[in-house]
Design a protein around this ligand. Structure first.
Ligand SMILES: Nc1ncnc2c1ncn2[C@@H]1O[C@H](COP(=O)(O)OP(=O)(O)OP(=O)(O)O)[C@@H](O)[C@H]1O
Ligand SMILES: [Mg+2]
Length: 369
């Protein structure tokens, strides 16, 4: 029987809310419609301040933001349905990732915090909503991230070709799908987030369109070497990260220890190389035989980054997930629609080998329509 699910996500880049309508029939998964909805400008300002300065958080502001984002997610789902001519009553469930405020999977009291009130989504759309996917995995010893590798396996694996799926969002995460082997998946480190932050600071632009700025200069190898010393890169999986670990203050500290300051364009080129290099290093250590590397996420639109990736990877065939049937901008949202399907059918959504959880678990909480 064919069922319909909606996936909603706003990633760490905070560029937009992505919404996808999925058609699931047994093993068959198809994308029926997609929609991108802007994050309201005042919410975005508030979000950036909270993420950059968690120590200044005003609790009332967080409460209101939770509501504002819940409403925006709800509107995104309704607009998606309008586009697709489908009625809310025909959708089995929405899977909403929410917006991450803080991801802190280590230490004595590990936690990960997503907001965008699912009660408001369920009430606003009239559709059962599944949300809070990550915290069950954290509750049983996992990182709560990445959660997309199980979806990558369901839609992108091949019986004979070694494949890797690389999602380049704010943070980059890699999934290895090797025939006959358990799935491996982890965050490799920064994806676009440092490049975005640098473009915002130096050019007042939300991101380096097409990677043109990053392509206009050479990488500074001395700076790259310093950046690669970040302890996250030395850690073995399971591991996950966020803008808490990679931010402009950290970059500034590394810049301060150089004798001569590189130009802003050189720094952008180096940040671009950092993303490509950390992915390449992660792959080299893990895969005996290269195959197809399928890129998704907004970083797939950054031509400088794709070029640097292709230069750094020997033997891998560089493609995008488009060639496997899902456009680069919609894989993450689709994954959360699929995770809602898993939860509604009481099927596990995490891969303990990936997140480090002690066992599989049905993820999330269900907010009835
Ligand atoms: N045309 C483009 N040229 C260069 N970079 C682009 C372009 N379009 C998008 N991007 C980059 O992609 C980012 C958005 O990517 P994406 O939505 O996959 O990340 P995200 O929201 O952080 O997702 P997630 O954390 O869930 O992976 C933008 O912030 C920007 O850096
Ligand atoms: Mg996004």
């Amino acid at each position: 029987m064919t069922e319909y699910f909606i996936g909603l996500i706003s990633g760490t880049s905070m560029d937009a809310i992505d919404a996808v309508l999925l058609e699931i029939d047994g093993e068959e998964i198809r994308i029926d419609a997609t929609h991108s909805h802007p994050i309201p400008a005042d919410s975005l300002r508030s979000l950036r301040r909270i993420v950059e300065h968690p120590e200044l958080v005003d609790l009332a502001e967080v409460g209101e933001l939770d509501v504002a984002l819940g409403r925006a997610f709800s509107t995104a789902a309704l607009e998606l349905l309008e586009k697709s001519d489908r009625q809310p009553g025909s959708v089995s469930a929405i899977g909403s990732h929410g917006q991450t405020l803080l991801h802190s999977p280590h230490g004595e009291r590990p936690f990960t915090l997503q907001i965008g009130d699912p009660n408001i989504i369920a009430a606003g759309t009239g559709i059962t909503t599944v949300a809070d996917f990550r915290r069950r995995d954290v509750a049983i010893g996992g990182q709560g991230a990445p959660l997309v590798p199980a979806f990558h396996r369901a839609v992108f694996s091949s019986a004979d070709e070694p494949r890797a799926v690389l999602n380049i969002g704010g943070i980059a995460n890699l999934t290895l799908l090797l025939p006959g082997k358990d799935v491996i998946g982890f965050d490799t480190g920064p994806g676009n987030n440092l490049m975005d932050a640098w473009a915002r600071r130096k050019k007042g632009e939300p991101y380096d369109k097409g990677g043109a700025w990053g392509a206009s200069a050479d990488c500074d190898n001395e700076l790259l070497k310093l950046l690669l010393e970040h302890e996250y890169f030395l850690r073995s999986p399971p591991k996950s990260t966020g803008p808490e670990d990679f931010h402009l203050e950290w970059l500034q500290t590394q810049l301060d220890s150089l004798h001569t300051a590189p130009s802003p364009a050189t720094i952008q080129a180096t940040l671009c190389e950092l993303t490509a290099t950390t992915v390449a290093l992660a792959l080299e250590g893990l895969v005996p035989e290269p195959g197809g590397l399928y890129v998704c996420g907004g970083g797939a639109h950054n031509r400088a980054l794709m070029q640097r990736l292709s230069d750094r990877l020997t033997g891998w065939r560089l493609e995008t997930t488009e060639s496997l049937g899902i456009g680069v901008d919609w894989v993450e949202a689709a994954a959360f629609g699929w995770l809602a399907h898993r939860t509604m059918n009481r099927l596990p959504g995490n891969l303990p080998g990936v997140t480090g959880a002690t066992r599989e678990a049905v993820l999330g909480a269900i907010y009835p329509a």
